[in-house]
Design a protein around this ligand. Structure first.
Ligand SMILES: Nc1ncnc2c1ncn2[C@@H]1O[C@H](COP(=O)(O)OP(=O)(O)O)[C@@H](O)[C@H]1O
Ligand SMILES: [Mg+2]
Length: 221
């Protein structure tokens, strides 16, 4: 079992009011594959990805990734888990403005103390077709190119799980499609699990399985 999510509960408290977002959410992923998560805005899709990515913790329930119970981890263990297992692509690209494309892709490799980070980052940039933009800063790149740098950064450490939160949401249709094809192809080649949050039902159909987040739970559709 690559991923096991068991009765996860997550809410936010704001101005002394409790907002329940996820309640009794389950998910099992046994082998490398792509799954799409559809759901209305505000249904808790990004919240769920942040729990899988170890960016936030559930209030109750358990998340086990490759045999590791991440809900029981200390902050330092969680940071290590995140770096070693997870690649994230957000709707907003979240690149470091003062770093070149190459430096952005190198960053997680350096944090992980991987050998030859520059070579590995360059290879990832080649895979997303941006070898000739390696020394450009984000403001010198188009939106689609920035997202391809973000994809290269996510895949360079060879994570087992790629989380993509509406990765084509800020791109025009054609550019969005080319970025998505790249993500699908890279995940397939690497045998990674892809968890894709999207509004786009056509895009969701390209995945092996579709779920909908509604009523605070995931349902296979
Ligand atoms: N940090 C937070 N503090 C308080 N409420 C939040 C926070 N993050 C998200 N929410 C609320 O939780 C609900 C789910 O948000 P989110 O997971 O971002 O939904 P989605 O990604 O499906 O649009 C929304 O109602 C949102 O306003
Ligand atoms: Mg969201």
């Amino acid at each position: 079992m690559i991923l096991e999510v068991d009765k996860v509960v997550k809410g936010y408290t704001q101005a002394s009011k409790k907002l329940d977002v996820l309640d009794g959410l389950d998910l099992q992923i046994e082998r490398p594959k792509s799954i799409a998560i559809l759901g209305k805005s505000g249904s808790g899709k990004s919240t769920f990805l942040s729990l899988l990515g170890g960016l936030d913790r559930p209030d109750e329930g358990k998340i086990v990734v490759n045999g590791q119970n991440i809900t029981a981890m200390k902050e330092s263990e969680l940071a290590k888990y995140r770096a070693e297992n997870i690649g994230i692509v957000f709707q907003q690209f979240h690149l470091m403005k003062t770093f070149t494309a190459l430096e952005n892709v190198m960053l997680p490799l350096e944090i992980l103390k991987k050998e030859n980070p520059r070579e590995k980052a360059m290879k990832a940039l080649e895979q997303v077709g941006l070898a000739d933009r390696a020394n450009h800063f984000p403001h010198q790149l188009s939106g689609g190119e920035c997202q391809r740098v973000a994809v290269a950064r996510a895949i360079a450490p060879e994570p087992k799980i790629i989380l993509a939160d509406e990765p084509s949401g800020n791109l025009d249709t054609e550019t969005g499609e080319s970025v998505m094809n790249m993500i699908f192809e890279l995940c397939q080649r690497r045998e990674s699990v892809l968890i894709l949050v999207t509004h786009d039902t056509d895009l969701a159909r390209s995945c092996d399985q579709i779920y909908e987040l509604s009523s605070k739970k995931l349902k296979a559709i």
